[in-house]
Design a protein around this ligand. Structure first.
Ligand code: 9MG
Length: 386
């Protein structure tokens, strides 16, 4: 994997390292990354784990018979090495230097079973339904912008199988109009209050501390923050309220983020950033078990970046947090198939959500709840036989 150019094509580089684990083990610990590879599910996962040929990932439904190690190169880019679990475990037994210590830590985080998050058991997938209370959202164009319409939409998503409803009052699409804190609160609070009063598990999609506080007071339980608690007061508020959080990666800010996003190696750069945010949140008093990480598909990323991140999604299990994935109706689908109407991206949304599930993402954030719940149920039922 090399750095992606602005058009999104990964740059190809020849190997610099020798091909063995020992050459990776001689590198600086901070240059190393570990992702599950060749993932198995259902009966195949159980058999491979029982035979000692695979590791169960995050205590979930996937198991890795292989690991993909990435090493950043001094001149930029990264090299990858695929090893079997028995080979890697034997190497870890023999090696005790700093690089082995880093890889052991990442491996422990990859495998550690996740505690329940907001009351949801993370050994199975869940669907988060999107309730936009915005007149100008990219994906539903304000279909549910009024309070009553948004409440009805949330009720319908819940009836369709959403385990959690994500209520947002600010559109983050490039070019969206600014909304004041007061207006954002006025949009989300009545919707949250009504849905929570009916027993729905509600998350608030906001990046501002006063909106978070008002939403929690109205009955929201979860904070979904596309700025990962970097805005003033948000980290302290999350720590003080003990709310479960979703920490999303974004490069830049919504108005301009798609102008010229640049990374060295997108999947690894995003990993570093999320790992640092998890550490910051932990230092502020949030236990890791209360956090989900989210690579922020479409937030300051060209097509090549999005695809590289989605292909390496399992990498983010090594933050030790659960994974939330948002791919629903996003423009990267349109960049692949030319679709311009977000509502005509159901096939691409389902394909990407199912691939996230295959890689063990515990929660998918979607518009089309009934269709996603059905797709996941069928994929799971097939996997359990195989
Ligand atoms: C609010 N919002 C829009 N897209 C999102 C995504 O992909 N993830 C999360 N966590 N929130 C999102």
């Amino acid at each position: 994997m090399g750095p992606a150019d602005p058009a999104g094509r990964p740059e190809q580089r020849g190997p610099v390292l020798g091909r063995g684990l020992d050459s990776f083990g001689a590198l600086a610990p901070s240059a190393l990354y570990l992702a599950p590879h060749g993932l198995l599910g259902g009966a195949a996962a159980a058999a491979a784990v029982a035979a000692g040929l695979a590791w169960r990932i995050a205590g979930g439904w996937t198991a890795a018979p292989l690991l993909k190690l990435f090493a950043r190169m001094p001149m930029g880019g990264a090299e990858a090495l695929v090893v079997s679990i028995p080979e890697f475990a034997a190497w870890l037994d023999r090696n005790h230097g700093p690089a082995a210590g880093r890889l052991r830590l990442l491996a422990d985080r990859l495998c550690a079973p996740r505690p329940a998050w907001a009351g949801l058991a993370l050994d199975r997938p869940h669907v988060m339904g999107i309730v936009n209370v915005t007149p100008d959202s990219f994906s539903d164009g304000g279909d549910h912008a009024g309070t009553a319409a948004a409440i009805a939409h949330g009720q319908a998503l819940r009836a369709a199988g959403a385990a959690i409803l994500d209520v947002g009052g600010e559109s983050t699409r490039p070019g969206a109009a600014d909304v004041s804190v007061e207006a954002e609160i006025a949009r989300v609070v009545p919707v949250i209050r009504a849905l929570a009063a009916e027993g729905a598990l509600v998350s608030v999609d906001t990046r501002r501390a006063p909106v978070m506080a008002a939403a929690l007071e109205a009955g929201a339980v979860v904070l979904n923050d596309i700025e990962a608690l970097t805005q003033p007061g948000t980290l302290a508020l999350a720590a003080a309220t003990e709310a479960p959080v979703a920490l999303m990666h974004m490069q830049g800010e919504p108005r301009t983020m798609q102008a010229d996003p640049r990374y060295d190696v997108a999947a690894l750069d995003v990993f570093d950033w999320l790992e640092a945010r998890v550490a910051a949140a932990e230092a502020a008093g949030l236990p890791r078990g209360r956090m989900l990480v989210d690579p922020g598909i479409g937030f300051g990323k060209a097509l090549g970046h999005n695809l590289e991140i989605l292909a390496a999604l399992g990498l983010y299990h090594a933050t030790g947090a659960g994974i939330l994935l948002g791919v629903s109706r996003k423009s990267f689908i349109g960049r692949i198939d030319g679709s311009t109407d977000p509502k005509r991206r159901l096939g691409g949304s389902l394909a990407a959500a199912l691939d996230g599930w295959r890689q063990g993402a515990q929660i998918v954030r979607v518009h089309d709840v009934a269709e996603t719940v059905q797709a996941l149920a069928v994929a799971q039922a097939i996997g359990e036989i195989g």
